[in-house]
Design a protein around this ligand. Structure first.
Ligand SMILES: Nc1nc2c(c(=O)[nH]1)N[C@H]1C(S)=C(S)[C@@H](COP(=O)(O)OP(=O)(O)OC[C@H]3O[C@@H](n4cnc5c(=O)[nH]c(N)nc54)[C@H](O)[C@@H]3O)O[C@H]1N2
Ligand SMILES: Nc1nc2c(c(=O)[nH]1)N[C@H]1C(S)=C(S)[C@@H](COP(=O)(O)OP(=O)(O)OC[C@H]3O[C@@H](n4cnc5c(=O)[nH]c(N)nc54)[C@H](O)[C@@H]3O)O[C@H]1N2
Ligand SMILES: [Mo]
Length: 756
């Protein structure tokens, strides 16, 4: 590397490469700033970058363990192929990149010719770097409209973004933590929020989608108080002014209760509502049916906390709010999100200093990804997999993340009479059997019907062992060039350069995309390098290119408040919001077109102690939630990383000590968690904590055991501790969005071992 590169500092025999992190290894696009210390062509140390304007040198343990990931003996370093007949067996054969590419190309061309390109589906996972490119594998290489994930109800981010589009016409509303400003909290334009309403989100541990969670701590130090809506006593909840410790899945009732207090006590922002909101009176009428007493009974909460928290939030001006995954992971996700946005809007906190930021219209990469869909000809796009009854018209009409509804793909694969046969899948950043898939055994069978599957990853996973025929070795962020975009363009406060620090024989998702694009649709892939590709993208918005970004490392974006007043939220440049009414839609004009209510309504979760027959409830008397994040694991990743696994050696089910005693369970016992409907079970280790209501338990997700037998049927134990064995399919919202990964019912019993 040459000395004129500003992102490189040489110190004695060590080169320090200034860069931003993304995935792999697992992470969301926070773009944490760091220096990779390189010696003799290897990364030897990771150090935080104090000059990164957002993360200021702070890093999580996963990033600090980077070298353990990169140089792990099990790391995939060569492409591998295996006979279809050997799926589930460890009979991989190492091949060169060209041999692997030749095989993939000939298979794809074969399926195109014989079955049509729609017979190929791409599957991706959460917002790793791969999610930027996964839809483009489908549209611009494989020529298929079928791109999706295995997550029922697309129950992550998709619901929130789509709801935000419908109600506000604006990307992803985010906590204003001055991330757009070089002087951050001291910028004269900024104001510290009085309260942070943190709803179904645990930002300290999750750092989700672009939010640097530790900013919440920064703001607490500057005086922000917290209102937490969460069934668990989290670290933040212990420091909160108000904790609404609700029963999992009752968020809509709580939301309507807060709206009720804010409106009935006249605490809303009358000026904002008058000028910028549609349907206020109807929302007020609907919330009037949810007085705090009723909500307290439904949600197992204290009505006085609900009332006091609602008052504090509405009166403490400005305040901000954060919505998390729990909103998506319930059947009523659309209604829960609707309530959340309505609370923020009627208090007047949208797009004001210290409130909630709404994205500046930005084109970088976003346009490219959406326009790429046009690379699939109309007649092939018309063949996209949809549900046969047209029930999920909202989803199929193309929400924030258009593609195939995962539940529809599962049905299609299981249906022998489906309109056409699926032949191939390409996985770009997912480990469905261990992590995403509800009823994972069903997905196992269904995906096994495919003739050919390609995956790329940094490690062997249970899903690849079970189902893939080709696996390509993926580069970590230290081994390739890239760009980090917090919130994927939906509220992107900066662009970060991922500067390659060391060489390897592995490739990034973008490199593989370009390589395969050149082979299969060369007319769409003229780029000679990743750098050339990024520069072309950057030139749609800026007068500088990728090499300049590499040197700058972090490029903060411009931001303006109150864009609804200046016409900057709408395509036509008029003041207002990009919705059919031009206003914040407290009453939706869109949902009724899809058979969904215009106003939020509360329904018990489908698997509820209060709606199922008495005999079922008697046998399944506990409510479960799942998937609260921790710092040492990103979904199913990191289980083979010694320093991280040592902190968190086994999957933990958290149980209140009184409940545990009733079931004869002690700290550290193996516990079988099982449900009758849907029928399923898993085993985790008891962690007894008074942090939950005694009627609620919490299970970790994403567990498998790299040290155990990888071959089928055990598959590294992917089904053993998997809470998704208890999560049904198609218990999804009327729009197709939202699924109950975080609310179900179950019972527990002590067992002797992990294997029950
Ligand atoms: N370290 C780490 N970070 C991650 C991930 C990871 O696996 N590990 N995963 C990433 C991904 S893909 C995502 S989507 C984000 C998710 O990150 P977040 O949006 O923060 O979501 P979770 O951490 O799943 O859960 C947030 C909180 O919701 C609470 N909760 C559970 N059930 C309910 C309920 O019914 N109602 C309410 N109001 N709250 C409930 C949980 O107790 C938990 O504290 O994290 C991302 N970041
Ligand atoms: N019960 C329950 N289940 C859940 C959740 C929950 O809260 N509760 N959370 C759900 C949520 S929100 C999500 S988003 C899903 C996540 O589910 P997935 O995204 O499928 O997560 P992983 O199982 O970790 O699989 C990701 C794989 O991609 C590899 N990888 C990492 N980075 C990259 C990259 O940049 N490119 C490529 N090609 N590969 C990469 C990793 O090594 C890993 O093997 O899980 C869901 N599952
Ligand atoms: Mo997610």
């Amino acid at each position: 590397m040459s000395e004129d590169k500003k992102y490189i500092v040489e110190e004695n025999d060590v080169i320090k490469v200034r860069t931003c992190a993304w995935s792999p290894p697992g992470d969301h696009p926070i773009g944490c700033g760091l220096f990779l210390h390189v010696k003799d062509g290897k990364v030897v140390k990771v150090e935080g970058d104090p000059d990164h304007p957002v993360t200021n040198g702070r890093l999580c343990p996963r990033c600090l363990a980077l070298t353990e990931v990169m140089y792990h003996p099990d790391r995939l370093l060569s492409p591998m192929i295996r006979d279809r007949a050997d799926r589930g067996k460890d009979k991989w054969q190492a091949v060169s990149w060209d041999e692997a590419y030749d095989l993939i190309e000939s298979k794809v061309r074969g399926f195109w010719d014989e079955f049509g390109s729609q017979s190929i589906v791409t599957l991706t996972g959460t917002g790793r770097e791969s999610t930027l490119y996964a839809p483009v594998y489908a549209s611009s290489v494989l020529n298929t409209p079928n791109a999706t994930t295995c997550l029922s109800g697309l129950a992550c981010y998709g619901p929130r973004c789509t709801i935000a589009d419908y109600h506000l016409g604006a990307g992803y509303p985010e906590l204003d933590y001055a991330a757009y400003f070089p002087d951050r909290y001291d910028d004269p334009r900024y104001e510290v929020p009085k309260y942070l309403l943190i709803w179904g989100k645990d930002p300290i541990y999750a750092n989700a989608d672009g939010l640097f969670g530790h900013a919440v701590v920064d703001l607490m130090k500057r005086g922000s108080e917290l209102i937490i809506v969460d069934p668990r006593v989290t670290w933040l909840a212990t420091r909160a002014a108000f904790h609404i410790q609700l029963r999992p899945g009752t968020d809509v009732a709580v939301g309507l209760g807060m709206i009720n207090v804010i409106i009935s006590e006249g605490l809303y922002d009358k000026d904002f509502v008058e000028k910028w909101c549609y349907g206020f009176d109807e929302l007020a009428e609907c919330a009037a049916e949810y007085p705090p007493e009723r909500v307290a009974e439904i949600a197992w909460i204290d009505k006085d906390v609900l009332i006091a928290a609602s008052r504090a939030f509405a009166q403490g001006k400005p305040s901000s709010a954060l919505w998390g995954l729990a909103i998506d992971q319930m059947k009523a996700g659309v209604q829960a999100g609707h309530c959340f946005l309505a609370i923020v809007a009627i208090c007047g906190y949208l797009d004001i200093p210290g409130g909630v930021t709404l994205a500046m219209p930005s084109s970088f990469m976003g346009k490219w990804r959406y326009q790429a869909m046009k690379n699939v000809p109309d007649e092939i796009r018309a063949l996209r997999i949809v549900d046969p009854d047209g029930k999920y018209a909202a989803f199929n009409s193309g929400g924030a993340m258009p593609g195939v509804l995962p539940d529809s793909l599962l049905d299609w694969l299981e249906n022998e009479n489906a309109p056409y046969k699926m032949k191939m899948s390409w996985w770009i950043g997912t480990n469905p059997l261990a992590c995403m898939a509800a009823q994972p055994q069903r997905w196992y069978q269904a995906l096994n019907t495919l003739e050919f599957t390609v995956a790329q990853d940094i490690f062997m996973t249970p899903s690849i062992m079970a189902l893939a025929d080709v696996v390509l070795p993926l580069a970590t962020f230290a081994e390739h060039d890239g760009i980090v975009m917090p919130h994927f363009g939906r509220n992107t406060h900066f662009l970060g350069a991922m500067n390659k620090a060391v060489d390897s024989d592995t490739k990034s998702d973008l490199e593989i995309l370009i390589d395969m694009g050149k082979r299969l649709r060369p007319e769409l892939w003229p780029y000679e390098s990743v750098s050339e590709f990024f520069t072309e993208q950057l030139h749609t918005t800026y007068d500088w290119g990728f090499e300049e970004l590499k040197d700058e490392v972090v490029h903060q974006q411009h931001y303006e408040y109150r864009k609804y007043e200046t016409g900057k939220l709408r395509g036509d440049g008029e003041p207002g919001f990009q919705t059919p009414t031009g206003l914040v839609e407290l009453k939706s004009t869109i949902y009724p077109m899809f058979g969904e209510g215009a106003l939020p309504y509360y329904e018990e979760p489908e698997y509820s102690l209060f709606t199922l027959p008495a005999d079922v409830v008697e046998k399944n008397p506990l409510v479960f939630t799942t998937g609260g994040r921790n710092l040492t694991m990103f979904h199913s990743e990191h289980r083979q990383i010694p320093s991280l696994r040592a902190v968190n050696p086994w999957p933990r089910v958290t149980i209140h000590p009184d409940t545990a005693a009733e079931y004869g369970i002690e700290e550290g016992d193996w516990v079988c968690i099982e449900s009758e409907i849907p029928q399923g079970k898993c085993v985790q280790k008891a962690s007894l904590r008074k942090t939950l209501d005694p009627r609620v338990i919490h299970m970790e997700h994403g567990w498998w055991f790299p040290e155990q037998d990888g071959e089928a049927p055990h598959l590294y134990g992917a089904f053993v501790s998997n809470p998704n064995n208890l999560v049904p399919h198609e218990s999804i919202g009327k729009t197709g969005y939202g699924a109950p990964y975080k609310n179900g019912i179950c019972t527990i019993r002590k067992v002797d071992s992990l294997l029950g």
